[in-house]
Design a binder for this molecule. Structure first.
Ligand code: GDP
Length: 196
C-alpha cells in the first residue's frame, strides 16, 4: 500500500522543534499503552517503525515518518503517565495546544484509545483542542480483538454517542493491530486527509 513506503525522517524533542510547516501531515496521539506504535506499525506494514518507550515518564521524542516529499506521519509522545511531574505535563499540554492551533500542514489527528476505556480526561482535552482548532479527528478504539463482537459493537455505539458531544468533525472506528480489523478504514481516512 501507499503507507508501506514510510521511512523514519527525524526526531524532535518538542513540537516547537518540528521543521518546515509545509506539505501535509497527520498526527497520531494517545495515552501510553493505547496501542499507537502497534497501529503505526500495522499501517506501514513495518515491524519496528514506531517503538514504545518502555520507561514510564521518560521524555519521549516526537518521531516524523515520511511517505513522500509532501506527506508525513507525526508520532506524538504518549500521555497519561501518572509519574510525570505536573510542570512537565503543563508544558506538554501547552505545546500540544499550540501545535494544533498553529500548524498549517496538520490535516488530521488520529487519537488512539483502548476500546475498553475510551475518552479519558486527557483524550477529551486533546479532542476538544483539535475541534477548536478545526482539525478533523479520527478516534480509533484499539485492541478490538480483546472484546467479543457484541461488546465491541456496544463500545463503538457508546463512543459514537460520546463523540457527538465534541460538536466537531470527530469520527469513531474500532481497530486491531493484531487481527488488522479496521485497517482499511484507517487507511481510507488518512488518504482522504492527504488528498490522495
Ligand atoms: P503505545 O504505548 O500506545 O505505543 O502502545 P503499544 O503499541 O506499544 O501497545 C501497548 C500494548 O498493547 C502492547 O503490549 C501491545 O502488544 C498491546 N497491543 C497493541 N495493539 C494491540 C491490539 O490490537 N490487540 C491486542 N490484543 N494487543 C495490542
Amino acid at each position: 500500500t501507499y503507507f508501506t513506503k514510510a521511512t523514519f525522517s527525524t526526531s524532535a524533542p518538542d513540537i516547537r522543534h518540528l521543521k518546515h510547516d509545509e506539505g501535509v501531515e497527520v498526527a497520531f496521539a494517545g495515552r501510553s499503552n493505547a496501542g499507537k506504535s502497534s497501529a503505526l506499525n500495522a499501517l506501514t506494514r513495518q515491524k519496528n517503525l514506531a517503538r514504545t518507550s518502555k520507561t514510564p515518564g521518560r521524555t519521549q521524542m516526537i518521531n516524523v515518518f515520511e511517505l513522500d516529499e509532501e506527506r508525513r506521519l507525526i508520532d506524538l509522545p504518549g500521555y497519561g503517565f501518572a509519574q510525570v511531574p505536573l510542570a512537565m505535563k503543563k508544558k506538554w499540554q501547552q505545546s500540544l495546544g499550540e501545535y494544533l492551533q498553529k500548524r498549517k500542514s496538520l490535516k488530521g489527528l488520529v487519537v488512539l484509545m483502548d476500546i475498553r476505556h475510551p475518552f479519558k480526561d486527557l483524550d477529551q482535552d486533546l479532542i476538544y483542542w483539535a475541534v477548536d482548532a478545526g482539525i478533523p479527528v479520527l478516534a480509533v478504539l484499539t485492541k478490538s480483538d480483546k472484546l467479543k463482537s457484541g461488546k465491541r459493537k456496544e463500545q463503538l455505539m457508546m463512543a459514537e454517542e460520546a463523540a457527538l458531544a465534541f460538536m466537531g468533525d470527530v469520527t469513531v472506528q474500532t481497530f486491531s493491530a493484531l487481527s488488522k480489523q479496521g485497517l482499511p478504514e484507517l487507511e481510507r481516512m488518512i488518504m482522504k486527509w492527504f488528498s490522495l
